[in-house]
Design a protein around this ligand. Structure first.
Ligand SMILES: *Cc1c(COP(=O)(O)O)cnc(C)c1O
Length: 428
């Protein structure tokens, strides 16, 4: 595949943008080579600046659950633009999207819109601290909650990939209020809670992790956290920026039947525009300014164009439950095919999968937490990634990411992915 123009653009980009990209994982550092510069996208395809097209398995890191450039979203955006791009004053669409979110997501009685997942998690922790009057919180190793200072501690994909899990610039003072536990380890959580009695405001987690590769909660883990939080007056926060509106219409909390006190949303909620949100129980959300004392604001929050895209997406998902059946079938077919190839090639690798999220881990260990994820052969993953790219399949450029499927993948695309996968695995 020609990649001359992408290579030239990357060299030019590096002159003006740190590392040539506006978000680190895009730079292909973990897999080698130059990033592909994208000109446009449509349905299941990304088309690069050299004119190559790729079948998509990452979908803008999740948002494009219906595939790229969906006519329904495009039309909603164009229609909204005709009335102006920002007002800095309330609009009716903001009520409609908030109402719909409270209807779709079980734990949400009230919701505040922000502009990214990072803002959502930072704000949710602040509110949980304000509500409980406590300072500390627990997060899990390998879970990513955006790049807020207090979360950049064992933060999964981007950070592991860069080899500096604790970023310079995060102060010791900030880091000391973030307590870490291994994912799926309830005992460790109990010990932390015991050792920090009445000091823990919140436990935050990805209810299905996607940022150390796809890692599922073991049976009883989410329920156990719910019980600990109930016993100790701790706010349970599900970070559903990835899983929200993806694993089901109501996210992981609906799928597993565990109601957190708060949740954070992003990615799909904006239909491809920069949007995040946090919400939860009424008495907690009433702590948010101007109703309550916890300050949180945003000049462009609830932006009319972003709300139009998000509302179109959520209305579609809410009224088309068959999307989730279809996504599950796509995921099951794809993963079954990959497993078949692994068996026939005698390769011992591990696949974790739930609905439209999956990861192929280059390890023979079960991957249940960050430690086990780190047993992967990342060099081999890099060669696999490059091989797939050459065959026109675009994967996340890191072993420590989940893949995200869209309904734009039809059986002809799945066949092409499986053929490429088997050929590349054989050649490694
Ligand atoms: C992507 C992600 C975030 C951060 O969202 P941004 O919009 O990139 O700031 C937070 N939490 C989880 C679980 C994510 O996957």
């Amino acid at each position: 595949m020609e990649s001359k123009r992408s290579a030239a653009l990357f060299n030019e980009a590096k002159k003006f943008i740190p590392g040539g990209v506006n978000s680190p994982v895009r730079a292909f550092k973990a897999v080698g080579g130059n990033p592909v510069f994208i000109r446009r996208a449509d349905g299941p395809y990304l088309i690069d600046e050299d004119g190559n097209s790729y079948i998509e398995l990452i979908n803008s890191w999740g948002p494009m659950i219906l595939g790229h450039n969906h006519p329904m979203i495009r039309e909603a955006v164009i229609k909204a633009m005709e009335d102006g791009t920002s007002f800095g004053a309330p609009t009716e669409r903001e009520i409609r999207i908030a109402e719909l979110i409270t209807h779709m997501v079980p734990c949400v009685d009230k919701v505040r819109m922000v502009n990214s997942g990072t803002e959502a998690t930072m704000s949710a922790i602040r509110v949980a601290r304000g509500y409980t009057g406590r300072d500390k919180f627990i997060k899990f190793e390998g879970n990513y909650h955006g790049h807020g200072d207090s979360f950049l501690i064992s933060a999964g994909s981007g950070a592991i990939t860069m080899g500096n899990p604790d970023s310079p610039g995060v102060t010791v003072g900030t880091a000391k209020d973030t307590l870490l536990a291994p994912y799926n380890d309830l005992e460790a959580v109990s010990r932390l809670v015991e050792a920090n009695k009445d000091e823990i405001a919140a436990i935050i987690l990805e209810p299905v992790a996607g940022n150390m590769g796809c890692v599922l909660p073991e049976p009883g883990f989410l329920q156990g956290l719910r019980e600990i939080c109930d016993d100790e007056g701790i706010v349970l926060i599900f970070d559903e920026v990835m899983t929200g509106f993806r694993l089901s219409k109501g996210g992981a909390q609906e799928l597993f039947g565990i109601k957190p006190d708060m949740c954070t949303l992003g990615k799909i909620i904006g239909g491809g525009m920069p949007v995040g949100a946090y919400g939860g129980r009424k008495e907690i959300m009433e702590y948010v300014s101007p109703e309550g004392p916890v300050y949180q604001a945003g000049t462009l929050s609830g932006n009319p164009i972003a709300m139009a895209a998000g509302l179109a997406m959520l209305e579609y998902l809410n009224s088309h439950p068959e999307v989730y059946v279809e996504l599950e079938q796509i995921g099951t077919t794809l993963v079954a095919g990959i497993k078949e190839s692994l068996t026939s090639l005698g390769l011992p690798y591990t696949i974790n999968h739930l609905n439209s999220m999956y990861s192929l881990f280059f390890t023979d260990q079960n991957v249940v937490d960050f430690e086990s994820a780190k047993t992967c052969d990342t060099g081999r993953f890099g060669r696999y990634f490059q091989g797939m790219l050459q065959k026109g399949i675009y994967l996340a450029p890191s072993q420590f990411e989940s893949l995200f499927l869209s309904t734009a993948l039809k059986s002809e695309h799945i066949d092409r992915i499986l053929d490429a996968n088997e050929a590349v695995l054989k050649s490694l």
